[in-house]
Design a protein around this ligand. Structure first.
Ligand code: SF4
Length: 231
């Protein structure tokens, strides 16, 4: 019973926080995200080559082939000829084809979208297994995967933790459960975008000032910090 009351209080609080943030920041549009596989192939082409040449090669691939799946089933010669302007074109043609074949064999489609729902550790391990990809390529791809995900970033978790809505900012399941109960599905990702905006503008990692925060009355962390500074 006590647990149920606590959960209901948190649900009400999420809704109040959503209202306060919407009043403060308005509608937060979803940013157009890049395709993670596009980024991965681009970074593979750019490895030890100039960005300008990699961009030219990438454009040629996009113009000469219908999609990544067509490249997967094309001959190495055809791929190599499209990307001939980058250094080590024959090797890169082979690596790109191998990468596309491996993705298809595991997923029955040529897309990395399934990684958007995977944990960081799983996604990084998966990407790290591809031959020829540098650390930077994996990091760039991870950044794109996280942009298009549920929006539950570490920044969002930080604010929810300070608001005492969750116990641990590392437990994604706890956040998902709370938001599932508090908000209809169509409003959850917008709520995350609002919280993210707040995390970046006001409730920053360090040096955040609670006195003028719109969430102060809802926030135990903010109340204790402002009381301390008064005392
Ligand atoms: S009151 Fe302080 S800790 Fe709480 S949400 Fe605002 S800035 Fe963050």
């Amino acid at each position: 019973m006590a647990n149920e009351t606590r959960t209901n209080q948190k649900i009400e609080k999420v809704r109040r926080v959503a209202g306060l943030l919407k009043a403060a920041y308005g509608r937060q549009r979803k940013k157009k995200t890049l395709d993670p596989l596009d980024q991965l192939i681009f970074d593979l082409l750019a490895e030890s080559s100039s960005e300008r040449r990699a961009r030219q090669a990438f454009k040629r691939l996009k113009a000469d082939f219908v999609d990544w799946n067509e490249i997967r089933v094309s001959s190495l010669k055809e791929i190599e000829s499209a990307i001939s302007m980058v250094t080590q074109a024959p090797d890169k043609a082979g690596l790109a084809k191998k990468l596309l074949v491996e993705i298809f064999n595991g997923q029955h489609r040529v897309s990395l979208d399934f990684l958007r729902e995977a944990s960081d550790a799983v996604a990084e391990r998966y990407l790290g297994n591809f031959e020829g990809l540098g650390k930077m390529a994996v990091e760039n791809c991870m950044r794109i995967l996280r942009q298009g995900g549920s929006g539950l970033t570490s920044e969002v978790a930080r604010v929810l933790r300070r608001l005492n809505l969750i116990k641990s900012s590392l437990n994604q399941e706890e956040i998902e459960e709370l938001l599932d109960e508090a908000l209809p599905e169509r409003r959850r990702s917008h709520f995350c975008r609002l919280v993210k905006a707040h995390a970046q503008r006001v409730c920053t990692l360090k040096g955040f000032v609670c006195g003028s925060c719109v969430l102060l009355l809802e926030c135990p962390t903010g109340k204790s910090r402002t009381n301390r500074s008064k005392g």
